[in-house]
Design a protein around this ligand. Structure first.
Ligand code: SAM
Ligand code: SF4
Length: 336
């Protein structure tokens, strides 16, 4: 159990029954994507949510404003699906930037060459870019799109536009791309960006995940460390466990969601593109905020529903246990 929260004057807090205070809001702006990463979406047959079911920018802004002003949320991350396929994304960024939180975006970077400057002008400060292979053939096999060059150019565009930090996310899957661990480490060192290796989670659309396919944190650090020795960095509340290169060449992170679940310090809540509030990535139940919004709920009613839902948050996920229940939606539909 966490420490008892210290109340802030004039502000409620989003604290669950285990004493965890929630400060980080993930907003999915679309379920659509221009890639088909095998661990996230099926190659064929995705049905997209109808436009009318997706929250408008005004609806997103209303919820985000309430979460910031009422509950002291201080970090907002836009995600998807692929957020850059949502039309006029910089308009939303500009609205949310006014809330003065730590605003960031998770993207596959395929459209950043044409968008990075507009996103920065709208107020985006930093960015996480997903890339799971540095080899063209494999990249195409993993994403079902032959766009490695566009993504590499997108990473450069993000750096050139002044986004800082630029972090790379790489999901490691045994026998699929784990032979690139050291290549990714070298790439990050050369470009001065942090690579965050993500343990493969059972949220793929095809149900192909198995425990044996997960490359765990200890192994990641050990294998990179043979070439570039690493040492731990003191843990913060961030989900990534951090390690620095002993030679001063920067650092890496490992999001060890499977092997070292960080549920005990979780401070995140999520809103799906169709306005469903989730108190956990692995939640099996959602709160229908869109219905509340569209039926004219007041801010007090919205706030009460949100805090009631957070109060019911479970202690943690049960990946690897017999009683683990896979959420009905895959990562692209929840918003990773
Ligand atoms: N399209 C954007 C992107 O790829 O960065 C944002 C959405 S994507 C769902 C967010 C993150 O979830 C990506 O870093 C992706 O690698 C990660 N992800 C998707 N499926 C995953 C899985 N089964 N296990 C671990 N990470 C996953
Ligand atoms: Fe699209 Fe991101 Fe899922 Fe890949 S991980 S299919 S880029 S939403």
């Amino acid at each position: 159990m966490g420490l008892a929260p210290i109340p802030l004057a004039g502000m409620d807090q989003l604290v669950d029954s285990f004493g965890r205070r929630h400060r980080d809001l993930r907003i999915s702006v679309t379920d659509r994507c221009n890639f088909r990463c095998t661990y996230c979406m099926p190659e064929e047959g995705m049905t997209w949510m109808p436009r009318s079911e997706i929250l408008s920018f005004e609806e997103i802004d209303r919820i985000a404003t309430l979460m910031v002003e009422r509950f002291g949320i201080d970090a907002i991350r836009l995600t998807g699906g692929e957020p850059t396929v949502r039309a006029h994304l910089p308009v939303l960024v500009e609205k949310l930037a006014r809330l003065d939180t730590d605003l960031s975006l998770t993207t596959n970077a395929s459209r950043l060459v044409s968008m990075a400057d507009d996103l920065v002008a709208a107020g985006l400060a930093r960015i996480n870019i997903s890339i799971d292979s540095l080899r063209r053939d494999r990249f195409a096999e993993l994403t079902k799109r032959d766009e490695l060059d566009q993504v590499l150019a997108g990473i450069d565009a993000a750096i050139d536009a002044g986004l800082s930090p630029v972090k790379l996310n790489a999901v490691m899957m045994r026998g699929i791309n784990d032979d690139e661990l050291v290549d990714f480490a070298r790439f990050g060192r050369d470009r001065g960006v942090v690579v965050r290796f993500i343990e493969y989670m059972p949220l793929d659309a095809q149900g192909a995940w198995s425990d044996a396919s997960v490359v765990r944190c200890d192994e990641i650090v050990e294998r990179i460390g043979v070439t570039f020795p690493l040492e731990p960095v003191e843990r913060t509340s961030a989900p990534a466990t951090r390690f620095r290169y002993v030679d001063g060449g920067g650092e890496i992170g490992v999001v060890a969601s499977v092997s070292e679940a960080f549920c005990g310090t979780c401070d995140r809540v999520r809103i799906t593109a169709d306005g469903q509030f989730r108190n956990c990535l692995f939640a099996v139940e959602e709160l229908d905020l869109r219905a509340l919004l569209r039926s004219g709920a007041s801010d007090d009613e919205l706030a009460a529903a949100i805090s009631g839902n957070v109060d019911e948050k479970l202690a943690g996920h049960l990946i690897g246990k017999v009683n683990f229940i896979r959420p009905a939606r895959s990562m692209s539909q929840i918003g990773g």
